[in-house]
Design a protein around this ligand. Structure first.
Ligand code: HSE
Length: 426
């Protein structure tokens, strides 16, 4: 039985997890792969006390791994853009297959990396980059290959979902939960990537490219973070029968493809609304299969290692891990956020007097915006302002922006209008 030799670069949460899965499950993995898979070398700035590396060569120079003639597969788990890209290109140049969990690298530099890999005849696997342990890239590329994909949407950042869940269920503070997500190894090195939606945008960029066969275009992905979600919004949404989730949404229409990450109200009856904690869920709609949902842990050592090792096993089996699922790419227009159409949740503080609601309704009606539901709360004791909450039917974002400006200009509306997009995913 021949053996596949792996070099792991980066020995943090995911690097350590990958080492341990390959070591602990070596017999089961060999049975599946048809050969032994051994970690020949680890390149990292420091050791990982969770791993027994007594039989493994350790180097502080990750480029030594990329150039090591013994090694067949370089696993890039250092994260970031620049050094990671240099490492991956060096590995490819040296004829190594590459497996990475680095969605930022793929979303931004994927095209260049894939072109180099194609030329060198090596594989680049990045299943672990999207939705942690859920094999969603494989599902779209292989299991759903017969379909024209209409929509890919879901929770694709575990840290953000963990924060929103803990805030809603336990009333915990944002900063406190974020610290716990960091301690658990869920968050990115720069956690603003999680809370501002950048990490989810990297993942959505990759999913859309695989789903529709379009070039990777991270710069065209709209992102809005979860930092401004208030406890009141969470409660009002629930009163209206919705949950607030941080979603990545991409769908295809005659006008083009939308690519956006933002806090979103979804009906509580939707399965995604029930996905809590660090779990991710990706709903994929294909024209033949209709609606599918893939759910599982989206971050952490074990789940991410599970996806990394699956790509290594494919390489061992001789399955060429193709970077994209199409031989040719379509240059379909990606819509700007102004051009997308969706429903909206609006919250505003209004003076408690006759005619204020009528004025707001009249602005919406003049723009053809249909109100689906409305709640007006009683003023708190001693307060003259009342919260007014509305749900609207679908409208183009550009038109909603104009309506919001006009509402904010009304003398009886205090401060700015909170707007959260609403998706029914059906
Ligand atoms: N920081 C990411 C998350 C890790 O929380 O989803 C997995 O990509």
């Amino acid at each position: 039985m021949k053996s596949l030799k792996v070099g792991i670069c980066g020995f943090g949460t995911v690097g350590g997890g990958t080492f341990n899965v390959l070591t602990n499950n070596a017999i089961e993995i060999a049975r599946r792969a048809g050969c032994d898979i051994t970690v020949t070398q680890v390149g990292a700035r420091r050791d990982n006390s969770d791993c027994d590396t007594s039989n493994t060569s350790i180097t502080r120079d990750i480029f030594e791994v990329a150039r090591n003639p013994e090694i067949d597969v370089v696993v890039e788990l250092i994260g970031g853009y620049d050094v990671a890209k240099e490492l991956v290109m060096e590995a490819i140049k040296n004829g190594k297959h590459v497996v990475t969990a680095n969605k930022a690298l793929i979303a931004v530099h994927g095209e260049e990396i894939f072109a180099a890999a194609k030329k060198a005849g090596v594989s680049v696997g990045y299943e672990a980059g999207v939705a942690g342990g859920i094999p969603v890239i494989k599902a779209i590329r292989e299991g759903l290959a017969a379909n024209k994909i209409n929509r890919v949407a879901g929770i694709i950042n575990g840290t953000g979902n963990f924060i929103l869940t803990e805030m809603r269920d336990k009333g915990r503070d944002f900063a406190d939960v974020l610290q716990e997500a960091q301690d658990l190894g869920y968050a990115e090195a720069d956690p603003t990537f999680d809370v501002e939606g950048i990490d989810a945008a990297h993942k959505l960029t990759i999913l859309a490219s695989i789903a529709y066969g379009i070039p990777l275009q991270f710069d065209n992905c709209f992102t809005e973070g979860i930092g401004k979600i208030t406890r009141d919004d969470v409660e009002y949404a629930e009163e209206l029968g919705y949950r607030i989730k941080h979603l990545g949404v991409s769908s295809r229409s005659a006008a083009g493809i939308d690519l956006r990450v933002h806090p979103t109200l979804i009906p509580e009856s939707n399965m995604i609304a029930k996905v809590d904690g660090v779990m991710n869920a990706v709903a994929v709609n294909g024209d033949a299969v209709n609606d599918t949902l893939f759910c599982g842990p989206g971050a952490g050592a074990g789940p991410t290692a599970s996806a990394v090792v699956a790509d290594i096993i494919d390489i061992a089996r001789g399955i060429k891990v193709e970077p994209l699922s199409y031989n040719t790419l379509d240059d379909v227009k990606v819509l700007t956020i102004d051009e997308i159409e969706t429903c909206y949740y609006l919250r505003m503080q209004a003076n408690d007097k006759a005619g204020v609601l009528a004025n707001v309704a009249s602005i919406l009606s003049n723009k053809g915006i249909n109100i689906e539901a409305i709640i007006q709360k009683e003023p708190a004791t001693g307060e003259s302002l009342v919260p007014v909450i509305m749900l609207t039917h679908k409208v183009q974002e550009k038109v909603m922006n104009q309506a919001i400006s006009e509402i904010e200009a009304l003398g009886d509306i205090n401060g700015s209008v909170t707007r959260i997009r609403v998706e029914h995913l059906s």
